[in-house]
Ligand binder design. Structure first.
Ligand SMILES: *[C@@H]1O[C@H](CO)[C@@H](O)[C@H](O)[C@H]1NC(C)=O
Ligand SMILES: *[C@@H]1O[C@H](CO)[C@@H](O)[C@H](O)[C@H]1NC(C)=O
Length: 291
């Protein structure tokens, strides 16, 4: 039997939990949950989607995602944000309901782009190589809009969506002067080149019986400047799926890998919708190479 004080404390705690109604706030004549909406000017409620509140564009623009549109406050006209040009460099930040990865940068390690406390960034730079100044590199995961990782290693590295399961991944260092489009594991093409082609995923590599979607069907990825990183023709969210050994060997712990939403594979176990937001940065914030 626990001491009475502990029982009392526990009972009080339970009672408090049971009685605590979610706190609502007023917005004009309405009331709302602060976890679900934002109120603008005591008049307009805009929803919060995947932890990102929509902005309000008065008078006519309504609610909008500032990661995709800009608002002309004088006219209420919405405009789509500019698409990042191919050589522009950016980091990615994940947004979703979990504090484990909300607002955290996407890291490259072991071929996967992953998020969460155990998602390490695995950078490398060879010491003592003529013409390589390792001190000038950062330790962030920096991508370029055309499909390259922002690295300086000869041959380069490329990010891609794996054609068989939609995983957001990146290649090893390629042999110098590898021509584009670069073929990646699964025989898809890395990144997004105009008219990029993919060959079919060989049948023995199919993960299950569901229809396989090819990366080339999907057009590519669009990166809005300081805005969403989205797979074309898909809803503007990815899935974060809790996986063991995210980017590394045994003992790395579990982290969240990122998958394009699709009907490629069932990704519902331990998966949640997230949004990826690009922040344009100087390419120097990236590494010499990722491994
Ligand atoms: C918000 O609007 C309501 C209803 O119109 C009004 O009663 C309230 O005073 C307003 N609150 C503020 C802070 O203006
Ligand atoms: C990739 O495609 C090429 C050419 O179609 C083929 O020869 C090769 O076996 C394929 N590789 C894999 C891993 O499927």
């Amino acid at each position: 039997m626990a001491p009475p004080s502990l029982v009392t404390a526990l009972a009080l705690c339970l009672a408090t939990t049971a009685l605590a109604a979610p706190e609502t706030l007023p917005c004009g004549a309405a009331s709302y949950l602060a976890s679900e909406y934002v109120c603008y000017n005591n008049r307009t409620l805009c929803p919060i989607i995947n932890s990102l509140p929509l902005s309000h564009c008065p008078p006519a623009g309504g609610c909008y995602a500032p990661q995709q549109f800009s608002c002309d406050a004088a006219t209420g006209e919405l405009r789509t944000l500019p698409v990042a040009a191919g050589d522009r460099a950016f980091t990615l930040t994940a947004w979703g309901t979990r504090t484990a990865y909300r607002g955290k940068e996407v890291n490259a390690c072991g071929g996967y782009l992953a998020i969460g406390a155990n998602a390490r960034v695995c950078t490398g730079c060879p010491k003592g190589v003529e013409g390589v100044d390792c001190d000038k590199y950062g330790r962030q995961t920096v991508l370029r809009a055309d499909g390259r990782m922002a690295v300086d290693v000869p041959g380069g590295q490329y990010w891609y969506i794996h054609p068989s399961d939609g995983a957001l991944m990146y290649t090893d260092v390629l042999p110098p002067r590898t021509p584009a489009p670069v073929v990646v594991p699964g025989n898809g093409t890395a990144g997004i080149w105009p008219n990029a082609t993919t060959t079919a995923v060989p049948e023995e590599e199919w993960v299950d019986e569901r229809p396989q979607k090819q990366w080339s069907d999907r057009g590519g990825i669009t990166t809005y400047e300081n805005g969403f990183f989205v797979a074309d023709g898909q809803p503007h969210y990815f899935k974060a799926c809790l996986r063991t050994h995210a980017g590394g060997g045994v003992g790395t712990g579990r982290a969240w890998r990122i998958y394009a939403t699709s009907n490629w594979v069932a990704l519902d176990a331990d998966c949640e919708p997230i949004k990826l937001v690009a922040a344009m940065v100087d390419a120097k914030m990236g590494a010499y190479e990722y491994h």
